[in-house]
Design a protein around this ligand. Structure first.
Ligand SMILES: C[S@@+](CC[C@H](N)C(=O)[O-])C[C@H]1O[C@@H](n2cnc3c(N)ncnc32)[C@H](O)[C@@H]1O
Length: 314
């Protein structure tokens, strides 16, 4: 038996039964897992699909893809290390035009979260990195030390919904005049010095989330992949998105709502203003984890799953 695998904590994919039930419309179809991570959802899909199905796994974090052993997958599996904003190019390279299902399970995988070298967790001392893809240039250290105080405050307010963003930005600006902030512990210190101890953990979570979103352009690429997914689905094909915070969920909710609304022709209206719905919402309200799942996997507590289906209209 492989010792390293034996000691790995068991990875539990979030809302896995709900995702599989919502996504599979053709057991021999083509499915894209845009956030392959440790392969949890892909493995579950694989166990339910026919052997002539095709699976495509995308992740920009090479260390996650390298963890995966393909032995358990019976189907044709293509693993591609890239940002999911490149979905259309990935499909074109594989000479695939349309697919039956697309999954996005947003955020970061537990392997990277626990890796001190990546600097994602405020509970683990590590360098201020926070890049999902370590080949990209912008790091958390650059954001924290090189952005203006006003830009830092805006990022923490917009991407972390942090009420004390100005105070924290001011503290960071003061600290970095003495010496640059280098580690997650340095950033933690700036927050600790700016907010009441009672709110410290919540503020830390919000500040680390905000910097991570900025480093990885997470909200921009989410907009882009949703548009690309819409273009890539067969009629009756489905997209399922799991998000873990309100900023992402709002983008998904609004996108599904906008694309599922028709705008009928009215007097004086131009032809291009008429819109036929491209999506039908399968979930009007998001699916959330049961108490049993949360007890088993605390990460599922904040998960929201939304699903939509491509209509027959081009
Ligand atoms: C929550 S984890 C997915 C876990 C996976 N569903 C599983 O069960 O193992 C999210 C993954 O998406 C990847 N990811 C996040 N944003 C991405 C992006 N823009 N492009 C490609 N991969 C991305 C992260 O590197 C991470 O591995």
């Amino acid at each position: 038996m492989n010792r390293s695998k034996q000691t790995q904590p068991r990875h539990i994919p979030v809302l896995v039964n709900e995702v599989c039930a919502a996504l599979i419309t053709d057991s021999s179809g083509i499915y894209v897992d845009c956030t392959f991570g440790l392969g949890g959802h892909t493995s579950a899909l694989s166990s339910l699909l026919n052997t002539d199905a095709t699976l495509i796994g995308i992740d920009q974090d090479r260390s996650a893809l390298d963890q995966f052993s393909q032995n358990s997958i019976q189907q044709n599996l293509h693993l591609v290390c890239t940002n999911f904003e490149n979905l259309l190019e990935v499909l074109a390279d594989l000479e695939i035009q349309k697919v039956n299902g697309i999954l996005l399970d947003l955020g970061l995988n537990s392997f990277s979260l626990d890796d001190p070298e990546r600097g994602f967790a405020f509970g683990i001392k590590g360098p201020l990195d926070m890049r999902f893809d370590r080949d990209t240039h912008l790091t958390a250290e650059q954001v924290v030390n090189e952005y203006s105080e006003a830009d830092l405050a805006n990022i923490m307010f917009r991407f972390g919904e942090e009420r004390h963003s100005r105070r924290i930005a001011k503290r960071i600006a003061g600290m970095r005049m003495q010496k640059p902030l280098k580690t997650s512990e340095d950033l933690k210190e700036a927050v600790r010095a700016s907010v009441d101890r009672r709110f410290l953990n919540k503020s830390l979570a919000r500040v680390f989330q905000a910097i991570r979103i900025e480093v990885n352009r997470e909200l921009d690429v989410l907009h882009e992949v949703l548009e690309a997914a819409l273009q890539s689905l067969f009629p009756a094909g489905r997209i399922a998105v799991i998000s873990y915070h309100s900023l992402e969920d709002r983008i998904v909710k609004n996108f599904f709502r906008d694309k599922s609304q028709d705008i009928p022709l009215q007097p004086g209206m131009l032809d291009e203003e008429v819109r036929i719905p491209q999506l039908a919402r399968i979930t009007k309200k998001p699916i959330t984890a049961t108490a049993e799942e949360i007890a088993l996997n605390p990460r599922s507590r904040s998960a929201k799953l939304r699903v939509a289906e491509r209509t027959a209209h081009a």
